[in-house]
Design a protein around this ligand. Sequence first.
Ligand code: MG
Length: 374
Amino acid sequence: MNNLAPYAANPALSIGRQFNEPPSSTRNAFQRDRDRIIHSTAFRRLEYKTQVFVNHEGDLFRTRLTHSLEVAQMARGIARTLNLHEDLTEAIALAHDLGHTPFGHAGQDALNACMRDFGGFEHNLQSLRVVEQLEQRYAEFDGLNLTFEVREGILKHCSIKNAKQLGDVGQRFIDKTSPSLEAQLTNYADEIAYNNHDIDDGLRSGLITIEQLSKVELFAQNLAEVKTKYPKLEQKRLIHETVRRMINTLVVDLCTQSAHNIAQHQPQSIADIRQLPPLVNFSDEIAAQNQKLKQFLRKNLYHHYKVNRMSAKATRIVRELFAVFFENTGLLPNEFQTYAEIDKPRAVADYIAGMTDRYAIREHRKLFTVEEYL
Ligand code: MG
């Protein structure tokens, strides 16, 4: 890690772990956190969870695992450009989606509705819960005992009410201070990754078309550039050449604007970063274009009738699983039954949230289909 900026996160100066541990002789604290995340159960399950589409609908779509890898790759690149700590961004990126339910946003919304009277369900909080409590692998503590900086990065947003119950990582939402630049940029890398891979997945699956997307400035400009340079390019390469240019436009703008903000505010340390407004952001022009792209995706892809059909199925599965377990906790696996004696709704939510798409479908079939063997 050459040229680390004075305001970058520094593992040697980490605020620390919840439980004291001797340092590793071969890895810095953030590398060690990254390794713990990769070896976790929740990380392996990302392979069979999806954002927009149901996992078994085809091999066309990104899974949460490949999404997380793309986020890590972009975040590391941005961190390197800005002389920030790459290992920290990688750890945050790989952990940021660990708390997602099966079936993407439809699953999370359904579970949140089921939990309305019991504190709600929020995937971001659940990611933190996974690394702080739900992973059970170490002799001396629950969770992964990650450094403050990684946990801070995982908790992207949070209500004041929830923040008050979260201790150290909740404090900044109460104080209205900023997280590390590494946390800020990983959040943007997440957004750049999913907007662009959703375009790619959407086009390849035929749910959206190049004609529709031509009304979106960010896409149209880059498409025109590719067409001028390669007038006879076949569709598959045309899409990829366009999407990679869009990613590049966004990443370069983010790096340029953020470097400009940093130069303007002259932070000297990570303590300064926490007191300053967020310094990682797009220029106004690109922010506006990015917003248009998001609106397009919301209208034309996330609410495409075929996606709505999948979402409706997902909602029904989650709702029915919640109801059946809530009604009879004797149907839960033993470890969750024990926890249900302390907090029934949360035990049911944790169990459902941990499921992959295919596991949830299978559980639903086992519980609701008479012919199915248990
Ligand atoms: Mg994500």
